[in-house]
Design a protein around this ligand. Structure first.
Ligand code: PGA
Length: 212
């Protein structure tokens, strides 16, 4: 099974989302051995969940999740609200750690909230200092220098990094950082279970080429 996690970050409006998903679904050919996990900004979850209904192997995820359960937390989007719409959530993305000062204790609370509501957390780590919590089944290694820079970390190095982590066998290991239609295959050949794609995923045709 190969995973393709699509991270639009803070991009797109409803018109653009509608265009993207129509183009994507028209050309998408499902395969049994792939999973596509689209992580849009929250406002588009409900719209997209209707669009993808009936299309195999496409799932929704969120880019973040609240550390809190429902309650007096103005502005928060909780796991309970997401649970009917998304099966996955990204947690601990380096942009969250950097701009929203998320530390390991906040990240741990977010993971617990996700699991409580049966949402699978995809934990992003920047390096081997970032904690991989015991509950985690999907890890995405995203070295900061490679994110959005065009300077992807070579697949052999990513594979060596994975080996050094000594993860339990059942943990799914993804790579993210300047993945594009030209370099994607090399990671998948190298024993990496999938990719987390930012910039290149903003264009549905480029994403389809990455999925192959
Ligand atoms: P990028 O982003 O593909 O634009 O490098 C990846 C990510 O940060 O998720």
């Amino acid at each position: 099974m190969k995973y393709f996690v699509v991270n639009w970050k803070a991009n797109k409006n409803l018109t653009e989302v509608n265009y993207w998903i129509n183009v994507f679904l028209k050309k998408y050919r499902p395969k049994n051995d792939i999973k596509v996990i689209i992580c849009p900004p929250y406002p588009f979850l409900s719209f997209l969940s209707k669009k993808i209904k009936g299309y195999p192997n496409i799932f929704l995820g969120t880019q973040d999740i609240s550390q809190f359960d429902n309650g007096p937390f103005t502005g928060e989007v909780t796991a309970s609200m997401i649970a009917d719409l998304a099966k996955y959530t990204i947690v601990g993305h380096s942009e969250r750690r950097q701009y929203f000062l998320e530390d390991e204790s906040i990240i741990e609370k977010k993971i617990k909230q996700a699991i409580k509501y049966k949402i699978e957390p995809i934990l992003c780590i920047r390096n081997n200092q970032d904690k991989i919590f015991d509950e985690i089944k999907i890890v995405a290694y995203e070295p900061v220098f490679a994110i959005g820079s065009g300077d992807n970390e070579p697949p052999e190095q990513v594979f060596q990094f994975k080996n050094r982590l000594n993860l339990p066998n059942k943990v799914i290991f993804l790579y993210g950082g300047s993945v594009n239609e030209f370099n994607a295959k090399d990671y998948l050949k190298e024993g990496i279970d999938g990719l987390l794609i930012g910039t290149a995923s903003l264009n549905p045709i480029q994403l389809l080429k990455i999925i192959g």
